[in-house]
Design a protein around this ligand. Structure first.
Ligand code: COA
Length: 218
């Protein structure tokens, strides 16, 4: 599994410092989405060959194939235009791609990011989204040097709000939706976590999980 941002901490720190000083480099540069791993998931780039798995994210929908293609086109565009991600969540047990997550908004200059996540309806309720989200936070804070990561959800999206609460993100109240959407409430719920709080909550636990890689960087 590739975790180069751990294996070469000095190189990554230098790279982050350069990107922090010259964010235009980061905007121009095409990063390769690194493969990340949790207990039950491999987080990896989503490819056109994942079409059938992505189609299964819309069970029973007559337009599932069109929806899947729209998603794959969106992912391809993100890989072309954005700094990093999104990641597909591959369920280790079955090898199936069961969802996705990523940083739809990321500023290396401000060292801030926003995350999102989706799990296929058949696999919901097993804690897969929080599991992926913790890994995304870890990568964002420790791999990318972010200081703050936020997430937002619709006012009535209890499941998504629970995910944010379960990983320890803190409520920051309501914010204006970034882009108006027909029929949707103008406000959304905002949650966020700071790097120092992530370290306090997960530092010891995660460092115990990745001892050889972490000891080199800490
Ligand atoms: C939000 C979402 C990612 C949660 O993923 P998940 O892997 O099911 O997360 P969890 O298993 O931790 O469940 C979170 C909450 O969902 C609800 N839930 C539990 N089982 C569920 C099920 N079978 N179906 C739907 N929701 C369920 C519960 O409220 C649960 O909270 P709890 O653990 O305190 O009971 C998933 O519901 C989803 O993809 N929704 C659509 C996309 C979305 O809203 N994304 C968030 C916008 S950023």
């Amino acid at each position: 599994m590739s975790r180069n941002y751990y294996r070469k901490p000095m190189v990554m720190a230098l790279k982050n410092a350069i990107l922090h000083l010259f964010p235009m480099i980061a905007r121009r540069r095409r990063w390769q989405t690194p493969v990340l791993e949790t207990a039950r998931l491999v987080l990896r780039q989503i490819n056109p060959t994942d079409f059938e798995d992505v189609r299964a994210w819309f069970p029973g929908a007559p337009d599932a194939a069109a929806n899947a293609q729209t998603h794959l086109d969106y992912f391809a565009r993100e890989y072309r235009e954005h700094v990093i991600g999104p990641w597909g969540m591959q369920f280790k047990k079955t090898g199936v791609l069961v969802g996705n997550c990523g940083f739809p908004d990321l500023s290396l200059r401000k060292r801030r990011g926003e995350v999102n996540y989706f799990v296929a309806p058949q696999l919901r309720g097993q804690g897969l989204a929080p599991e992926a989200l913790i890994e995304l936070l870890r990568f964002g804070f420790w791999g990318f040097g972010l200081v703050r990561i936020q997430a937002r959800c619709e006012l009535n999206n209890v499941s998504s709000e629970r995910v944010m609460q379960k990983v320890g993100m803190k409520s920051e109240g309501l914010v204006d939706r970034s882009q108006p959407l027909d029929g949707a409430a103008p406000k959304q719920k905002l949650y966020a976590m700071l790097a120092k709080d992530f370290d306090l909550t997960y530092g010891r636990q995660i460092r115990a999980y990745y001892p050889p890689l972490i000891s080199a960087s800490s």
